[in-house]
Write a protein that binds this ligand. Structure first.
Ligand SMILES: NC(=O)c1ccc[n+]([C@@H]2O[C@H](COP(=O)([O-])OP(=O)(O)OC[C@H]3O[C@@H](n4cnc5c(N)ncnc54)[C@H](OP(=O)(O)O)[C@@H]3O)[C@@H](O)[C@H]2O)c1
Length: 410
């Protein structure tokens, strides 16, 4: 069986022992159940039997693409009951979904389209990439690994060297990259950098011709993204915004979550690129929606990070062990890889950037401004933003966002 790339909630065909491939759902394992060592596997709940088991990824296939084939091969009564149980489950889910189901279905389709990992067929379109920072570096590495033809450019040209060694081509200016390529991605710091790159001398706009695709992956505000979309379209270019959720580590692992909006045909043309760089992608409709959703997510993440730092420092200030605080937190419902990694790093005094503090503060600032425009209160984000501003004043901009901890040390 092909290797699949799955997430919790995905429906699958799982092969267990002598049984035929059986319909099931990827679920979270019970907390105390250890994952088998060695091969990568998922915990699957089987329909019809209510059995659970760890199944190796090579023994799993996504449900929908293989449904017809499986139903043709297997005719047993219990098998048919299991298939009926999945179909019932799907019907109920659809009924409950209502309006929200409509928007999610786009994302689920997108996720399904990225399901097969390790069997990506790279697009034959020529790919350009502008911006080789923490995010861009991981993305370009994964595009190259999956066999894409990539031309790179970075303001500090030395950062291109590694990728040239890995097989990338070098563009001398953003305009040249766009001229040489069919689809050009960019991932730079902030709205100003994104605008400079497009509108500046030898910028992206100089290379745009009818049919060229430009994909903006930087996290910026809806106003900036709309402006960029308009100028690219005014030259006959096709535009997609595609900011990402993740971190440097997640980018290196090719496990980003991509939020896309704009020209759907560009989204489809980017399919193999998104599969190479991410674990899933969502198409959110018209330009600006991805920027909005991304800022909301980062606002929550940034505020949460500040709250964790506040808790850790309050523990210390009141004579409580920070390690015990983390141990207790890890046993409760708030446990997550994010909480664990950030707290461990703080306790070890390791603030090496995985997600720059200056960027999360930028995201909070942009989210607050978005709330302002919508006349919607964002008091939590506003409070968190003040703490990040203090951390920046303490020279923590180029550290990881967890360095917000230092703003609480007095
Ligand atoms: N890091 C994360 O975990 C993460 C996660 C999700 C989203 N994001 C978002 O992704 C974007 C990139 O983040 P990052 O972490 O990769 O940032 P980064 O490491 O700071 O890299 C920033 C990139 O932007 C370039 N740049 C800055 N100003 C420029 C300008 N005026 N003209 C041209 N290029 C310019 C830099 O070039 P030089 O190399 O020459 O400085 C560098 O390539 C940001 O919008 C960030 O909010 C980041």
């Amino acid at each position: 069986m092909a290797t699949v790339h799955l997430r919790i909630g995905d429906l699958v065909w799982g092969k267990l022992g002598r049984y035929p491939p059986w319909p099931g759902k990827v679920v979270s394992p019970p907390k105390d159940l250890k994952k088998p060592r060695g091969k990568k596997c998922h915990f699957v709940k089987f329909f019809g039997t209510e059995d659970h088991a760890w199944i190796k990824v090579e023994q799993l296939k996504p449900y929908h693409p293989h449904k017809e084939e499986m139903i043709k091969i297997n005719k047993g009564k219990r098998f048919q009951q299991a298939v009926d149980a999945v179909e019932d489950f799907l019907k109920k889910k659809e009924k409950q979904g209502g309006k929200e189901q409509d928007t999610r279905s786009t994302s689920i389709q997108a996720a399904d389209s990225t399901a097969i990992n390790g069997s990506i067929t790279p697009t034959d379109k020529r790919i350009g990439f502008l911006g080789l920072g923490l995010m861009g570096s991981g993305i370009v590495s994964n595009l190259l690994k999956m066999g894409h033809v990539v031309t790179v450019w970075n303001r500090t040209v030395e950062k291109c060297d590694l990728f040239i060694q890995e097989g990338a081509r070098l563009g001398r200016t953003p305009a040249e990259v766009v001229s040489m390529c069919d689809i050009t991605f960019s991932c730079v710091s902030d709205p100003k950098a994104a605008r400079d790159l497009v509108l500046g001398p030898s910028g992206v706009l100089q290379g745009i011709r009818p049919g060229k695709c430009y994909v903006e992956m930087s996290t910026v505000d809806p106003g900036t993204i709309t402006e960029l979309s308009q100028v690219i379209s005014s030259r006959g270019g096709r535009f997609l915004e595609a900011p990402v959720a993740g971190s440097q580590q997640v980018s290196n692992e090719g496990m980003l979550v991509i939020l896309a909006a704009g020209d759907r045909t560009v989204y489809e043309d980017c399919s193999s690129c998104f599969q190479a760089m991410g674990k899933t992608s969502f198409f959110l409709g018209e330009v600006g929606n991805a920027a909005r959703m991304m800022l909301i997510l980062n606002m929550v993440q940034g505020s949460f990070m500040a709250t964790i730092a506040e808790g850790l420092t309050l523990a210390q200030a009141t004579g409580q062990s920070q390690h015990t605080f983390l141990d207790i937190l890890s046993q409760g419902q708030m446990a997550s890889t994010f909480v664990d990694q950030k707290c461990q790093n703080i306790l070890q005094g390791n603030f090496k950037p995985d997600y720059y503090l200056k960027h999360i503060q930028k995201d909070l600032r942009l989210a607050i401004s978005m709330g302002d425009t919508a006349n919607h209160p964002t008091p939590m984000a506003a409070a968190a933003n003040e703490v990040y501003k203090r951390a920046k004043a303490l020279d923590q901009s180029d550290n990881d966002m967890s360095a917000v901890y230092r703003a609480y040390i007095h």
